[in-house]
Design a protein around this ligand. Sequence first.
Ligand SMILES: *Cc1c(COP(=O)(O)O)cnc(C)c1O
Length: 380
Amino acid sequence: MNRIPFNRPHMTGKELYHIARAHFNGQLAGDGPFTERCHAWLEDRTGSGKALLTHSCTGALEMAALLLEIGPGDEVIMPSYTFVSTANAFVLRGAVPVFVDIREDTLNLDERLVEAAITPRTRAIVPVHYAGVACEMDTIMAIAQRHRLKVVEDAAQGVMATYKGRALGSIGDLGAYSFHETKNVISGEGGAVLVNRPELALRAEIIRQKGTDRSRFLRGEVDKYTWQEAGSSFLPGELVAAFLWAQLEEAERMTGERLARWRFYHELLEPLESKGLLRRPIVPADRRHNAHMYYVLLAGEIDRQAVLAEFERNGIGAVFHYVPLHSSPAGQRYGRACGALEVTNRRSRQLVRLPLWVELTEAAQEKVVGVLQHATERGD
Ligand SMILES: *Cc1c(COP(=O)(O)O)cnc(C)c1O
């Protein structure tokens, strides 16, 4: 059997067609017709007042930090169990990431620990919707309101997922999506910022367009455009937007197919969970996930390195996930851990992500589970 890669990007078949149309249109810089179409689709799907494409989710998070005027010495509460960009965006503004532990069930920020991490310098909370499963947003929003904090949702993995019927990324003040090749809906590198507060919309456009009011100029609202505030270039070109448009058109189908693969793993792995070899992901009933990821948590006594080696020997791309930020060199330099982060440390050592992509076959999934069963039953 051929190698089963961890990820294989899915193309809908219309990407090159749309790119050819953008080429024919002759507009290659950003904010052309394809970008407009993507914006409208995102606003329609998420209910956010304003969606703006960015060159990455990293860029979207950096925009969020600029928009909220986060500055030196400000504190931003986030999980340690996340991708580096969650913290980097705020560290670039001189802020201090304050790392809070995660929940045992969803591996998301433990909302019960957030209030204890708040100090007079706290400015924002950044919940990360791990694996496309929503954080406890009602509680997080209530805490933010009580303490006058902003909420930036790192919804990099959360496209097409919901919490109590609301799109992830549309609940906080700002939300950030990723369209990186490894995510569900892709454009190679790509992202979007959702601006959910109307009073931030105009500044979001300005910050994204090099700090100028070029967007207003293009709409004919001003007769020239000038430097308005500190900004950068966060927008993608039209070729990327054209590619993304082909993906958004098929986002519903692709999510459905990923969910089918996810459920099949979930069924196959039930006996292993019953034997106490591992724990499967938990998705609370009030939220709809998007099958971004299928992971297992190996029982404490199982040697993960040996399991990963067994996958490798069988040509299967299974991987661990985040080295917690509080234990990384930059996390120690720039951040502060709130408490012992015991769940973060333990869960990050147990976790193995299995291959999950649209064209993955049932036979391949059965092989993955077979190898996992062999590796765990052996007591590795
Ligand atoms: C992928 C990811 C990012 C970064 O996304 P890019 O589009 O690659 O910049 C940020 N946060 C989380 C949680 C992610 O999974």
